[in-house]
Design a protein around this ligand. Sequence first.
Ligand code: NAP
Length: 297
Amino acid sequence: MSSGSGVQPKVGFIGLGIMGQHMAGHTLAAGHELHVYNRTRSKAKTLVERGAVLHDNPGAVAAASDIVITMVGYPADVEAVYFEAGGILDKARPGSVLIDMTTSSPALAERIAEAASERGVTALDAPVSGGDVGAREAKLAIMVGGDGMAFEQASPVLRTMGANIAHMGAAGAGQHTKMANQIAIASTMLAVAESITYARRAGLDPDVVLDVIGTGAASSFLLNGLGRKMIREDFAPGFFVHHFVKDMTIALEEAARMGLDLPGLELARSLYDRLVSDGFGEEGTQALYRVYNAIHA
Ligand code: NAP
């Protein structure tokens, strides 16, 4: 890698959606040469106008970069961009660091780390929390699994996107930490929707209720941010329902593997499954409020 000499490492970024768009932009703003690829090419337009180099496939990005970041949708997308012939693992430069920031499965993170080390490169799993706002404002919490030296190498780039970056342990530990985060969010989303539903039925103004309880013990990003959107019935996506269902499914599978029963998570997934089957998978996770509207219509 070229970072030790004082030259900034070249960054590759694959997956320029709601999150990746902003995250890649921060590395560019920090002065890194940026190489990008996205399945829908038009989403690279703004970054290209700012100086990023657009490539035709993930392998070409890897071949041009010292640090390769992926922020795609599902574990199946992660698997494709890393393992396909001519993909990231085939084309990565010796000594480069590969960082998957997608929320994906811990087992897949371990497989990628193993395959990477067989090819003389290092892979980290580094999922994030903080939502589209955290991505835009470079205030993400970033939870990292994998080799400690690679973590040190990658940290300056990760710091362009986040305020709180933690090394959680070996490969997969970042994804396990993210699952703990999603488990906490799952039951909280139910609690926020139920609290607003109750306040309305009791004849209170839910906005005034949030003004008060949003500064007390129940205060949270979810209550104060997504709770307000529920009240306004603004269901535009910051975090897609279908991605949250993916996360809860991974967490339930990991919990089952560890012999854990998580009834709050089970209930949340069943209500979100209902949203998806009703056609609301492309909305934001605050659309859970629709389920309570439907129950109490
Ligand atoms: P998104 O808007 O769907 O972005 C994903 C991007 O990856 C899309 O632009 C997609 O291309 C691209 N992509 C998917 N497969 C690809 C492939 N094989 N090759 C190249 N590009 C590919 O989703 P997002 O909200 O940014 O979320 C990304 C990941 O972060 C998800 O795992 C999500 O669970 C996680 N996450 C999201 C949030 C949030 O608040 N949004 C917060 C924390 C974590 P297309 O443009 O063609 O669809």
